[in-house]
Design a protein around this ligand. Sequence first.
Ligand SMILES: Cc1cc2nc3c(=O)[nH]c(=O)nc-3n(C[C@H](O)[C@H](O)[C@H](O)COP(=O)(O)OP(=O)(O)OC[C@H]3O[C@@H](n4cnc5c(N)ncnc54)[C@H](O)[C@@H]3O)c2cc1C
Length: 427
Amino acid sequence: MILGAGISGLVSASVLSQQGCSNIVVVDEYAHVGGNHIDCTIGPYTFDIGSLIFQDDSPLLAHFPGLLPHYVPINPTWGRLNPQGVVTEYPISFRVDLFGAGPAEWVRILSSVAFCRLFRRKLSNARDFAQFWVGARLLNRSGLEHYMKRFYGLPPEQIDIKFAESRMLWIKEHASLRRWLPFSRGPNRRRQSKDSVPNRQLARPREGFARLYQAASDQLEQHGVKFLLGTDMRSLQKEGGVFVLDAGGRRLVAKRVVSTVPLPRVQRLCDMHLDENLRTITLISLFFSFSGTRGFGYSILYNFSHAGAWKRLTIYSDFYGPIDGREYFAVEVNADHVSGSVEAAAEDFRRHTSENRLFDGDLRLEGSHSISNAYPIYTDHADQRAASAISRLKEFGIESLGRQGGFDYQPTSRDTTLKAEAALRQT
Ligand SMILES: Cc1cc2nc3c(=O)[nH]c(=O)nc-3n(C[C@H](O)[C@H](O)[C@H](O)COP(=O)(O)OP(=O)(O)OC[C@H]3O[C@@H](n4cnc5c(N)ncnc54)[C@H](O)[C@@H]3O)c2cc1C
């Protein structure tokens, strides 16, 4: 029995089926397959709750090759609004953020980097980590510090160092001196070898995720996997060595349970003690349509400025084309930064983007979506507390994995697929 039909649940079903397990059932309280890959259709527009972009070399496609023809190939570009009000490259622009800062600022930035590398070597949180690599001056000037707060939901000094070291390596890579040298072979200057083919960027089908993930569930169903979607789960207990799930008014019996739903959800089902301190971000997605002049050409724009609660926006009309002359896009906002209010989030976005001349014309809020458990907040040794909750579930007999079940910030479906494969192939 697999709880959750997101990427982790689908990959788990595929791996277990390949391992010869029979009578696999996937149960989800959501009425759709794909988990938090959620789209919202409003009038003629289809929005996603975030910036969901995939690649044609994803290991997910090895499990479900039938997904590939449903994706739309796209050419996304990633930019950022910096604290100086300039729209430039993401995550940092040598030309604008460094070269353009002028000689006096170069001296300040360089001395700040030298100071941090020499005298701030004890790294205890995400701020220390970022500061060590780029210096306090550039951390602030580039807007990275503000972006980190917007992203993690807490000031970076409250984010665990372990998380920074494992998930913020790109800062170290970008700050490496070798990267910026003219003949460097660093990441920025890496060339594709003659034979290597770059991967293609992909978006979901124009109509939404349903058609895409239907291909995965159809394939699993052909191998005997059953899906129970939109099924309310009441309790999960052990009786005589087997698990009994009370769901949708039925008693489902299984020898083995893999859970990919949020940790507190499965703990509650099993009547286990909850760790209230395992916190997650609630994400508000604002859906806008627009006609007029856009102050930037990027299809995905990050907010690195010192003001504005919004984190990132994604212009879907760059992928699927405008509708009746209107562009359409979604804006991600951490709910804690706007007291959970959609109105406050929208008002803040309008004001901030107008001050920065990002949208000059008719901007209409078409709708919104709010989701809890969007991603975990790594503070106060959350990784250790999550590991102990997962091991208590394991003792009870439940394998808990995935972005939700592992309390693990898995940034991509690629990462999620590899981790689900590794977890199930170990057992
Ligand atoms: C905003 C956003 C943008 C992303 N962008 C990308 C991207 O561009 N490319 C990419 O490859 N990946 C992206 N990801 C990450 C990727 O989607 C995840 O790694 C993967 O989907 C995790 O799958 P999962 O099955 O482990 O968990 P999920 O799909 O998160 O959830 C699994 C199951 O848990 C249950 N569940 C989850 N949340 C709740 C809730 N709030 N209440 C009740 N039940 C719940 C549901 O049953 C769900 O099916 C993004 C994720 C988010 C949230």
